[in-house]
Structures are given as structure tokens and as C-alpha cells.
Design a protein around this ligand. Structure first.
Ligand SMILES: Cc1ncc(COP(=O)(O)O)c(C=O)c1O
Length: 465
């Protein structure tokens, strides 16, 4: 065990230490991976070194390196090494964190971590929830709890309506679908010039739905959209929810951790009024996949929706002040996600984490300043929470389709090199290049490099056209 374990530690440490020398992404198509990897299990065992070699040669090279300083797409995950070790420990001990008595120690760690998150967001005491596989699972948990709170017997299901902005993450939509809300009862409320939900439009939509005999029940606000980092006007949305008796859910998957910085806390004002919040520690709290979190202002709402007491679990019923996390969500058997969060946060301390978050925000602002200084680029959405949207717009190119096509080619060229991973998006129908600067080992030098690559791609397009 020790020999193999040390071997794997060396492999992972070497991988992380040499990230800069590796491509940010490398992929194969299915025919090639199948040729390299597919094969039946054998009746006899195989030497560990031989298996490791197989993985290192045929499997591991073909992936996008999320923690790479040139991974600037989607919302990246760049775990700390103590967080990785926390996951290994949870796996090694194989904790069953579904019920209290069989993992009371690790379960207390989860309660501690949930309470840290509550405090960071300024939510009232008593707020709690559970850690999940990710943000999608957290949001689904919230939507199911909200639906149960509004419609215990399911009689009203066909009339329930969910509201999000047209910039909300698709996981909100999918959660509503899975929760049984009719697909025609999802409202994508229009956003303002800063991609924030228009509260007047929300009010009108709620009013129109009530007039049509429907039952508005949940608003899914965003605190850091995936597209642009926009934060909906949370305070105003909280007012609407309170007046209309609607469940206020906030998707703060990555943006919520910005609450640790003074500027982020200001931007997130109002989040403390939510009925439930999604957080994704595997995004911007520097822990590895998988780790999401649902916080509920009244965790009894989770219990009412999810707890079930079969006779074979009588021995492990939670007593007063104990928590069976299986009663807070969909999973019975679950590992301890909390250990990696606790280990990383305690190892580095909040100051270091705050600093890493602030640097992530600043790198996007630095990229924005650099691009604004050039006449051939335009900012489509300013840097917010480490996300920047922009496009090349050389003089003389004004046609919308031409601009889209040009920027698509730039995106393909920069990503095609394998040196960087950016992920594009569309904003109001316009193709946008997009940089995400959350990876903690990224520097301003890395921003200079990616911008140089983007400029070179633009110049080669201009020359060849
Ligand atoms: C704002 C936002 N919400 C929710 C999600 C979904 O989280 P997960 O991928 O962890 O399920 C994401 C990203 O994937 C996101 O960016």
C-alpha cells in the first residue's frame, strides 16, 4: 500500500509541478481513444506499474488541464494540494457521511464548513444544508425543497412557475424540469445592459402569470453568471420575493466565494436574504471535483422534502442536534466532501484564500485594461468576478456576421494551439471571446501571453483576408 501510494503521490505531484510545461488541453476523437484504450477485463491481475504506464501513456495526456495557468475557459477548478489530499483521505477512510452515527466526526466537519459558508454570506444562524456533488445537484436540491414547501401533494405542479434571468445557468432550468415544473412554465426574464435581471420585468411576469391562473413559486437569481460574472439586483429581488411569497434561490456557484473580499461582499449584498443558495467550492474555493453546496435558510424545508425513514435505518435515526445528511438531499451513501474544504481552508488560512480570490478578480481587470488600450478590440462585458468578454473589431469590419466569423476563427486558432483554453460565448447574439482568470497559479504574464496569442491570431486573419 505504501509503495503504491507513494508512487501515485509522486505522479500527481510531478503532474502539478510541470503543468506549465504541458499543453493546457489535448484531446483525441473517439475513434482514436477507442483504439488506444478499449479492451476487456482480464481473468488474471496485472502488475500495477504496467497499469500506471498504460494510464500515463494512453489516458492522462488527453485532457484539458483545469488547474493550468493557461486554462481560461468555462469556470475552472484549480485545487490546492491539501484539498486534493483531503479527498484522498476521505476516500482512504471511506467515510459514509449519509447518517450521523456512522461518521459523526466527518459529519461535524461538514457542519463546521457549512457554518463557515453561512457566515461568509451573512446568512442568519440556523442556516445549513449539505455538500453535494456540484452546483447542479445543489440547485436541484433547492428547487425540490421549494416545490415541496409550496405543493406538498403535487396537486399544483402543472401551474407552478419558475423565474430566472435570460443569463441564468442552465442547471436552474434543468432543476425545474427534473422537479416536474412544466417546461412551458419557465420564464427567462430579460436582463439590462449589464446582463442583470430586470426587476420590473420580473414583477410584470409574476403579475401576468397570476392573472392567467398560474402559481409563481420560485425566483432563481444569479450571483455571478457564467457568461459575464453579472450579479442580479439581489436586494430588489428579495423585496419582490418577500412581497409575493416566492422562494428566493441564488445561484452563487462560483461568485459566492467573492464574499470573502470587501468588494465582492458589496456586490453580493442581498444574498443573505435568500431562502437558499448554491455554492460550488470546486469552482472558486480551490478544491477538486466534486464539491457543491446547498445552503437553506430553514434546513427543515430540506428535511421535509427529502427525509424518509425505512425500517432498516431505524438504528441510525438522527437524535436531537444530530444531522443525517441523507435527510437533506437525494443521496444516502455519500462521501465526506467537507474534509477537503476544511483541510485546505485551515491549512492556508482565510487571508491566503481572500488574496487568491482578489488576484483572480484583478487579472481579469488587467486583461480588460490591456485590451481597452488597443483600437482593434472591444469589450462586450467588463471584468466581473474574474470573467471578461470581448471581441476583435478591426477598423473597417462592421458587418455582424463577418465579426462573428472573424472572432470564431480567432478562438479556434488560439485554442487549436493547445497552449491555451478559452471558451467563447454569445452575448445578445454576438460571438464573444471570453477569459476566466480564476486559476490561482495564473499571473499577469499569462494574461500577456494569451492576449499576444489572440492579437497574433487576429493579425494572421487580417493578413490572409
Ligand atoms: C453560475 C453557475 N451555476 C451552476 C453551475 C453548475 O455547477 P456544476 O457544474 O458544479 O454542476 C455552473 C457551472 O458549471 C455555473 O457557472
Amino acid at each position: 500500500m505504501r509503495r503504491l501510494g507513494h508512487r501515485i503521490t509522486d505522479v500527481v505531484a510531478e503532474h502539478i509541478a510541470t503543468l506549465r510545461d504541458q499543453p493546457a488541453q489535448r484531446s483525441l476523437d473517439r475513434a482514436d481513444t477507442k483504439r488506444l484504450i478499449a479492451g476487456p477485463p482480464l481473468a488474471h491481475g496485472t502488475d500495477f506499474e504496467e497499469l500506471l504506464r498504460f494510464l500515463q501513456e494512453r489516458v492522462f495526456p488527453y485532457h484539458a488541464r483545469e488547474p493550468h495557468p493557461h486554462f481560461m475557459g468555462y469556470i475552472p477548478s484549480s485545487p490546492t494540494f491539501p484539498a486534493i489530499l483531503g479527498d484522498w483521505l476521505a476516500t482512504g477512510y471511506n467515510f459514509f457521511a449519509g447518517v450521523w452515527t456512522v461518521a459523526s466526526g466527518p459529519n461535524e466537519i461538514e457542519l463546521v464548513v457549512l457554518d463557515w459558508f453561512r457566515q461568509w454570506l451573512g446568512m442568519p444562524e440556523g442556516t445549513s444544508g449539505l455538500l453535494t456533488s456540484g452546483g447542479s445537484a445543489a440547485t436541484l436540491t433547492a428547487v425540490v425543497a421549494a416545490r415541496h414547501a409550496r405543493d406538498v401533494n403535487g396537486d399544483l405542479l402543472s401551474r407552478l412557475v419558475v423565474y430566472t434571468s435570460d443569463q441564468a445557468h442552465s442547471s436552474l432550468q434543468r432543476a425545474a424540469w427534473i422537479a416536474g415544473v412544466p417546461r412551458t412554465n419557465l420564464r427567462a426574464i430579460e436582463t439590462d445592459g449589464d446582463y442583470r435581471m430586470r426587476v420590473d420585468a420580473l414583477r410584470s411576469a409574476v403579475e401576468a402569470d397570476r392573472a392567467a391562473g398560474l402559481i409563481p413559486f420560485l425566483v432563481g437569481a444569479s450571483a455571478g453568471t457564467t457568461n459575464t460574472g453579472a450579479v442580479d439586483p439581489l436586494d430588489e429581488i428579495a423585496e419582490v420575493c418577500s412581497r409575493e411569497s416566492l422562494w428566493m434561490h441564488v445561484d452563487a456557484a462560483y461568485g459566492g466565494f467573492a464574499a470573502l473580499t470587501p468588494d465582492g461582499a458589496k456586490k453580493l449584498r442581498g444574498i443573505e436574504r435568500a431562502d437558499s443558495v448554491t455554492l460550488d467550492p470546486h469552482k472558486w474555493l480551490f478544491v477538486p471535483f466534486e464539491c457543491g453546496c446547498i445552503l437553506a435558510r430553514d434546513p427543515r424545508k430540506l428535511e421535509e422534502a427529502f427525509s424518509v425513514h425505512p425500517e432498516y435505518l431505524t438504528d441510525v435515526r438522527a437524535r436531537e442536534h444530530e444531522v443525517n445528511f441523507a435527510d437533506h438531499g437525494e443521496q444516502l451513501t455519500r462521501s465526506s466532501h467537507a474534509l477537503k474544504v476544511w483541510l485546505s481552508v485551515r491549512y492556508f488560512g482565510l487571508d491566503a484564500i481572500r488574496e487568491a480570490l482578489a488576484r483572480g478578480v484583478e487579472r481579469a481587470e488587467y486583461a480588460e485594461r490591456t485590451l481597452r488600450a488597443r483600437a482593434d478590440f472591444e469589450i462586450l462585458s467588463p471584468a466581473q468576478f474574474g470573467v471578461l468578454c470581448f471581441r476583435a473589431r478591426p477598423a473597417g469590419v462592421d458587418d455582424a456576421a463577418e465579426l462573428d466569423a472573424l472572432n470564431e476563427r480567432i478562438n479556434a486558432r488560439v485554442n487549436g494551439s493547445g497552449r491555451f483554453l478559452m471558451s467563447s460565448t454569445k452575448l445578445r447574439g454576438r460571438f464573444s471571446l471570453r477569459l476566466c482568470t480564476h486559476v490561482h497559479r495564473m499571473t499577469e504574464g499569462d494574461i500577456d501571453e494569451v492576449i499576444a496569442a489572440i492579437v497574433a491570431a487576429l493579425e494572421s486573419e487580417t493578413i490572409s483576408s
